[in-house]
Write a protein that binds this ligand. Structure first.
Ligand code: GTP
Length: 249
């Protein structure tokens, strides 16, 4: 008997280890989740992997920043006692734009003067700013120029800015006419619309317009970038939905 045949015998008797079962998606062997569940989780994963576009709500205390965000997120308006935002917080929202998805990370800031220095730190890496005034509060409108000055100082040069005249549902309490808002927006070359966090008028449109502009900007195709103009888009869309009460002042 040669050395070789001896070694063959030894290997024939060896007990082969059982193959390791491949892990399932759930961690439970042999369990196959239903396709709907798998689709749900793969869609969630796609959303998690989307690039984040930082969007900040700015404006005087009480203009309706928190209410606008709550209306956009939940479709609801919380009336009752006003409690001012303290500090800063964000929520992620995925917006569908022409079959693709844009992820907005929306930051709600405190409008009170004493929180201003905290808020400035967040401007620098913002991709978009929604600047609000209250159409029933002339001071909040007059302060917009100061807000735009701060934006110029602390934000990136190419940040997308949209001016929003909120509380357009307020009818006879109105102190700022729509035309005044339009004029100011033209002067600073920013998009403009009136909104109501109470009735929901133009709330979705404001965020969708921002998402469209950010998507166009992140597009590799230069032609696509040139084709979209947020000011024109907002003008066209708001002409279709003129559901805010006419200006009385
Ligand atoms: P700060 O947190 O202090 O910066 O205020 P804010 O800008 O977040 O204002 P907030 O959303 O808390 O709203 C202030 C008050 O205005 C609340 O009493 C809201 O109910 C009311 N309000 C907000 N949006 C609207 C609106 O579109 N229409 C009307 N009629 N009231 C609104």
């Amino acid at each position: 008997m040669t050395d070789d045949s001896m070694s063959d015998d030894v290997f024939e008797d060896e007990v082969k280890p059982a193959p390791t079962p491949s892990p399932s998606n759930t961690g439970y062997r042999d369990y196959e989740p239903p396709p709907d569940l798998l689709n749900h989780y793969s869609a969630k994963k796609v959303e998690e992997d989307l690039p984040i576009h930082k969007t900040i709500l700015l404006g005087d205390s009480g203009v309706g920043k928190t209410s606008l965000l709550v209306q956009f997120e939940t479709g609801k308006f919380q009336s009752g006692n006003f409690s001012a935002t303290v500090g800063i917080g964000f929520t992620n929202k995925v917006v569908a734009v022409d079959g693709s998805k844009v992820k907005l990370q929306i930051w709600d800031t405190a409008g009170q003067e004493r929180f201003r220095s905290v808020t400035h730190a967040y401007y620098r890496d913002a991709h978009a700013l929604l600047l609000l005034y209250d159409v029933t509060n002339k001071t909040s409108f007059d302060n917009i120029r100061a807000w735009l000055g701060e934006i110029r100082e602390y934000a990136q040069d190419d940040v997308v800015i949209m001016l929003l005249g909120n509380k357009c549902d307020s009818g006879s309490d109105r102190e700022v006419r729509r035309e005044e808002g339009e004029r100011l927006a033209r002067e600073y070359r920013v998009a403009f619309m009136e909104t109501s966090a109470k009735t929901g008028v133009n709330v979705e449109l404001a965020f969708t317009a921002i998402a469209r502009e950010l998507r166009a900007r992140s597009c590799q195709d230069q032609q696509q970038q040139d084709r979209f103009c947020v000011q024109e888009y907002v003008r066209d869309q708001t002409q279709k939905t003129t559901s805010c009460p006419p200006c009385n002042t």
